[in-house]
Design a protein around this ligand. Structure first.
Ligand code: KQY
Length: 367
């Protein structure tokens, strides 16, 4: 049984490893919510199954699923994907799952508070109480001890380089709908304590129209210590242009926790992509969810990929840009195979492949 610890990861010598460090596996959660996923989530389930199959080529995958969907999920997934029953409200395990940390004593997990992406008076999507309990259940199954962190945070709001640097956005973490009573300095202190890190690099806004309030995992990520991939737009009429330029300026002016300057690699933005009338009509209407309207811009980005042990699983979003993005990822990660998965159905739900996955780092060998 996993224990709940009263100390912090930093106090115990634990740190969040970078996604490019070795994994023991990957967790996902199965989509079924018809007021977020069109057509009763059937197209999204196909996309999730394809993502799970692609990651399973790299490392073991576990899919969390409700009792109601267990048999359907099992039938759609390859046999090597482990399927376990865990209740949830939706299928974004990057955000409601644990953030794993490692240290000399093995592996543990951080269980952040979750308020459905900004619930000052009801969350962006209601309900979210089952999502709030997912991290503890995953840690129980993994047999990993748990730290209960004192702030609201989704895993998609942070990236780390594993060498002391945290990357995040002001738009999300300083948003009054997350931790209204905490200052920037107080939030930084909690991040450093619970991620075992030394320096926070703040970007400004996230991807244009991202309903998460600008999760960094849709905007930028570490490809290696000292190297950041950034979603990019050359089109000066596109609001993404100014957002990406601001992020570039901040990154190029920064040094990381080890004092290195950062190399910034640009990934073209797909689209702009918009929701069609047919897609909007396929989502159930609810009072407690975000409306889907024909013509609304989608927060599409190739940065939202999964970095597995031997493969990069990237979203295919726009035939005009998919190959260029894949080529950049191949050059950036020459030792990994780049696998593309059609991901528009995941994008329609509000995120992409990184948002629906959570890596479990390998337990370090004893000293
Ligand atoms: O982390 C994400 N991008 C998921 C946000 C989805 C909100 C629910 N539609």
């Amino acid at each position: 049984m996993g224990l709940t610890l009263k100390s912090t990861p930093a106090e115990d010598g634990f740190r969040m490893p970078a996604e490019f460090e070795p994994h023991a596996g990957c967790w996902m959660a199965w989509p079924e919510r018809p007021d977020n996923w069109r057509l009763g989530a059937k197209p999204a389930q196909e996309a999730y199954a394809a993502v799970a199959a692609a990651i399973a080529e790299s490392e073991p995958v576990t899919m969390a699923v409700s009792d109601a969907q267990f048999e359907n999920c099992r039938a759609l997934l390859p046999a090597e994907v482990r399927v376990v029953e865990i209740s949830s409200d939706d299928a974004w395990i990057r955000d409601h799952g644990p953030t794993f940390v490692i240290g000399a004593g093995g592996r543990r997990g951080v269980d952040w508070h979750f308020n459905a992406w900004g619930g000052t008076d009801g969350g962006l999507y209601f309900p979210w109480d089952r999502d709030e309990r997912v991290a503890a259940k995953v840690l129980e199954i993994e047999g990993d001890d748990r730290y209960r962190a004192p702030i609201v945070l989704e895993g998609g709001a942070i990236h780390v380089d594993g060498e002391g640097t945290v990357l995040t956005t002001e738009e999300c973490l300083l948003n009054p709908n997350r931790n209204p009573d905490l200052s920037k300095e107080q939030i930084e202190r909690v991040l450093l304590e619970y991620l075992g890190a030394e320096k926070v690099l703040w970007l400004g806004a996230g991807v244009f129209e991202d309903e998460t309030d600008g999760h960094v995992d849709n905007l930028a990520c570490f490809a290696a210590p000292g190297k950041v991939l950034l979603t990019w737009s050359d089109d000066e009429d596109d609001p993404q242009h100014a957002i990406s330029h601001d992020a570039r300026e901040r990154l190029e002016a920064a040094t990381d926790a080890r004092g290195r300057s950062l190399e910034v690699v640009f990934l073209p933005s797909p689209g702009p992509l918009h929701i069609s009338a047919e897609e909007a009509e396929g989502v159930d209407t609810g009072e407690d969810t975000q409306p889907r309207r024909a013509g609304d811009r989608l927060a599409a980005s190739y940065v939202n990929f999964y970095l597995g042990n031997s493969g990069i699983v990237m979203p295919l979003l726009d035939p005009r840009h998919d190959e260029e993005a894949a080529a950049i990822l191949r050059r950036t990660f020459p030792d990994r195979e780049v696998v593309g998965v059609p991901a528009r159905e995941i994008l329609l739900g509000g995120g992409n492949i990184h948002c629906i996955t959570q890596q479990v780092p390998a337990v370090p060998a004893p000293d």
